[in-house]
Design a protein around this ligand. Structure first.
Ligand code: UGA
Length: 438
């Protein structure tokens, strides 16, 4: 099989398909990426993936190329895993890369094959792309088409791909269905739900899942605004409602909100798409989800200003974490990095430390002071902000930090520290939606 697009999703899918026993060819137009992957070097951080990549590039079961001709001759099944970023200045998804990838592989295919879309796309794309394939492919070959959305999480990408909690395939032929069942049979336990449906439902399942997760986070963050105002503890509230199985505790962690390359852009693209369909008010609540989310960043900046008594300019601020979440080096739409950049723009002297994401963050905000350790970042700080909940930060103690900082001010932007411990040790402690002491 081939996997077209070797970014985060494609590289993971390619390595995992090799692990499941297939001969895999990864395809990308970016030669540098292909060279690096061919050497067995992963250009981003993801637990367990480097080992899989090295194992299968060494065995020869996983190879990489920039040639669509080679891909067309090689594969029986072609997965499309290129990105669909937010279109610049708009909310809609940019389909340029998907269209180009599908066109290129359709033209290069020289025997009966199946093209499987995995990218997150506006509903209606699969049907349009199938027609595109019919136009571009040689008349002598039969090319089936399917849509198979991806639900993997950064930080757990290998586990999620090898042991998915469900598989969803949009198909319009029995042949495509049986090929995909064979592809995934080794990844499916007898209990894994395998849902085969039409193209539109498959496309919508993906965006519905991400929209639901985003809504769940903003729901609890909206309640954090209330507990901040009336007094109360958002973690206890989340635990209490989470005991109800119908609600569930996961994705109810209040804090500085969601970021990354998926949730923010997907809720915006979904709104844009349903508006195009004439359903202007249907997904309007997602505007609120977005706004609640962005307000959390304002709240952190407000707290910093309050604790520093308006003296942000010239203050020394230590930011712990720049990745959009722990166990990732991804800073796309990272709430932590956004806050760091805004405090810098207000004239603060900003020290930053992230166990994995410093290099990516520095590409976006070169002017921050990037530090090699937690200790270096907090030395001389007037205030410390925990913004990404890496284990290293969750485990830090007042005793370890107390002697390094200039002033004992701490903001827990992820609600992972125990307020009593820090307040008891004489710190000014602020958290989002929880007990604070100044
Ligand atoms: C998300 C989905 O969870 C995946 O199922 C989906 O496949 C993926 O997008 C995608 O579309 O490719 P991911 O972007 O890796 O995965 O990150 P999440 O684990 O969903 O976290 C997203 C953001 O929400 C992070 O910034 C995280 O810190 C934040 N979050 C998460 C909270 O603020 N509170 C929570 O309770 C949970």
């Amino acid at each position: 099989m081939t996997v077209i697009g070797t970014g985060y999703l494609g590289a993971t899918h390619a390595a995992c398909m090799a692990e499941l026993g297939f001969e895999v060819l990864g395809v990308d137009v970016d030669k540098r990426k292909i060279d690096s992957l061919s050497r067995g070097e992963l250009p981003f951080h993801e637990p367990d993936l480097p080992e899989l990549l090295r194992k299968h590039t060494a065995s020869g079961r996983l190879r990489f190329t920039t040639s669509f001709e080679e891909a067309g001759a090689f594969g029986d099944v072609h997965f499309i895993a290129v990105g669909t970023p937010q279109r610049s200045g708009e909310h809609a998804a940019d389909m340029t890369y998907v269209d180009a990838a599908v066109t290129s592989i359709a033209r290069a295919i020289c025997r009966d094959s199946l093209i499987v879309g995995k990218s997150t796309v506006p509903v209606g794309s699969a049907r349009r792309l199938k027609a595109l394939v019919a136009e571009e492919a040689r008349p002598s070959v039969r090319v089936d088409f399917a849509w198979n959305p991806e639900f993997l999480r950064e930080g757990f990408a290998v586990e999620d791909t090898l042991r998915p909690d469900r598989l969803v395939v949009g198909i319009d032929s029995d042949e495509a269905d049986s090929v995909l069942r064979r592809v995934y049979e080794n990844a499916l336990s007898r209990k894994t739900p395998y849902i085969s449906t039409d193209f539109e439902t498959a496309e919508l399942v993906k965006v519905a899942a991400n929209a639901f997760l985003a809504t769940k986070i903003s729901f609890i963050n909206a309640f954090a605004e209330v507990t901040e105002t009336v007094g109360g503890d958002i973690r206890t509230l989340a635990d209490a409602i989470g005991h109800d199985n119908r609600i569930g505790r996961r994705f109810l962690n209040a804090g500085i909100g969601f970021g990354g390359g998926c949730l923010p852009k997907d809720i915006r693209a979904l709104q844009a798409r349903v508006s195009e369909l004439g359903l202007d008010s249907t997904m309007r609540f997602l505007n609120e989800v977005d706004e609640v989310n962005l307000r959390r960043r304002e709240r952190v900046i407000h707290l910093v200003t309050e604790v520093l008594e308006e003296n942000v300019e010239g203050a020394k601020i230590a930011i712990l974490g720049t990745a959009f979440k722990p166990n990732s080096d991804d800073v796309r739409d990272s709430p932590a990095l956004d806050v760091a950049g805004r405090l810098y723009s207000s004239g603060a002297d900003v020290n930053v430390y992230d166990p994995k994401a410093n290099a990516n963050a520095a590409k976006r905000f070169p002017r921050l002071n990037y530090c090699g350790s937690l200790q270096e970042a907090v030395r001389g700080a007037d205030i410390v902000l925990l913004l990404t909940e890496w284990d290293e930060f969750v485990g830090m103690t007042p005793a370890a930090l107390g002697g390094l900082v200039n002033r004992r001010n701490l903001i827990d932007g992820r609600n992972v520290l125990d307020p009593d411990v820090w307040i008891g040790a004489g710190w000014t402690f602020q958290a989002l939606g929880r007990k604070s002491a100044t």
